[in-house]
Design a protein around this ligand. Structure first.
Ligand code: NAD
Length: 351
């Protein structure tokens, strides 16, 4: 296939991320070059499957694979253990074996669920990620974090399970709702601020850059981080920039504020907290970029309410909280501090 760029990830499994603009109908060929003919169990959501399900199934079948599909209702509320069980029942019914594969066709919800189902079905079978949102393209489809939500919290049940291939056709992003696309840009901007000044400068001017190249850069950054810290013991924590505060906002809003919008607000709060802690103040610079994408950066919650949610966050260890703070644009650091200090800093700044 011409015009396909490849980024290889060397983690506990080695796999290719293929950037095949306009190439969704060639996914079967890419799979056949890497895997023996087998059964592929596709998990998708109703919106995405209607748009792209047939193209993917036709291509896989033409390349010698058999397919079975399982479609869930779109949205975060579907990322449940019950839905994973139902998908697994579909696989049992279709006699999917350990030499077969799962394929996630959709955004982060489908990707996380399919990844988790493939991590636990028959104690683990391989899976392919076909991300169709910007967030899934630059973030959730790479790195092998899989999970579902339970009533106690988001992503509390999951596994590390690397995909065997990621196949991205960026043309699929053209059908995204503008709000969903914007959510993805929160993660793109995040990569620039944490690790890449050039990327931060590039995306500071919406509409002036090549999206393919920006996506490839984000994936490369995530690849580098995952290769160094696959199991999230240190460096990978940098990818949580804006997420500690963002998750609290998401939860306090009962998930009516979307993930991307909450992370955008969280990045600005992190910048304010960093300044209150003694770092140079980058709040205005970060807020300006986010506002140019149309993000609402207001925080409707008090420091105390946010703090209580942060305390129950799974990423807290002991009495300390590790925050990701911008030291400069393009360089963030992990700063561990007593939980009470986080509350004091939050109270000091105007959220
Ligand atoms: N595993 C990880 O490392 C990781 C990282 C970040 C986020 N996540 C998870 O990702 C999830 C969010 O992912 P998301 O933002 O992609 O949400 P999503 O999967 O819910 O997709 C958002 C919406 O876009 C629709 N959609 C998807 N692709 C489309 C397309 N091409 N055209 C039209 N509509 C399309 C979906 O049907 C859905 O309604 C969360 O559950 C989050 O926890 C995981």
């Amino acid at each position: 296939m011409e015009n396909t760029a490849k980024i290889t990830v060397k983690a506990s499994g080695t796999y290719d991320i293929l950037l095949a603009k306009g190439g969704l109908q060639h996914i079967g060929q890419a799979a056949a070059e890497r895997f023996k003919p087998c059964k592929i169990a596709i998990l998708s959501d109703d919106k995405v499957f209607t748009l792209y399900g047939k193209t993917v199934m036709d291509s896989l079948q033409k390349a010698g694979f058999t397919t079975v599909s399982h479609v869930i209702e779109n949205g975060e509320q579907s990322k449940t253990l019950d839905n994973v069980t139902e998908f697994i029942n579909t696989m049992v019914g279709a006699q999917v074996t350990r030499t077969d594969m799962v394929l996630a066709l959709g955004g982060g919800v489908v990707g996380d669920m399919a990844g988790f189902a493939s991590a636990i079905y028959l104690r683990g079978i391989p899976y392919i990620q076909v991300p169709t949102t910007l967030l899934a393209a630059v973030d959730s489809s790479v790195g092998g974090k899989t999970a579902v939500d339970i009533s106690a919290g988001k992503n509390l049940v999951g596994a590390f399970h690397q995909p065997s291939m990621v196949y991205l056709d960026t043309d699929t992003l053209s059908t995204l709702d503008p709000d969903v696309m914007r959510d993805g840009f929160a993660e793109v901007i995040k990569y620039g601020i944490i690790l890449d000044r050039n990327l931060a400068d590039t995306v500071a001017r919406p509409g002036t850059f090549d999206l393919e190249q920006v996506i490839a850069r984000c994936i490369s950054i995530k690849r580098d981080v995952v290769e160094q810290d696959e199991f999230d013991k240190g460096l990978r924590g940098l990818l949580n920039f804006g997420h500690t505060f963002g998750h609290a906002i998401e939860k306090l809003s009962s998930f009516t504020i979307s993930h991307g919008s909450a992370v955008a607000r969280g990045m600005v709060i992190a910048a304010k907290v960093a300044a209150a802690y003694g770092y140079t103040n980058y709040t205005n610079a970060i807020a300006k970029v986010l506002e140019s994408y149309g993000f609402d950066l207001s925080c409707p919650y008090s420091a105390s309410d946010m703090y209580n949610v942060i305390l129950s966050d799974k990423k807290r260890s002991g009495a300390d909280i590790t925050l990701v703070l911008p030291e400069s644009i393009g360089k963030c650091v992990l700063q561990k501090m007593p939980a009470m200090q986080v509350l004091e800093l939050m109270k000091k700044v105007r959220l």
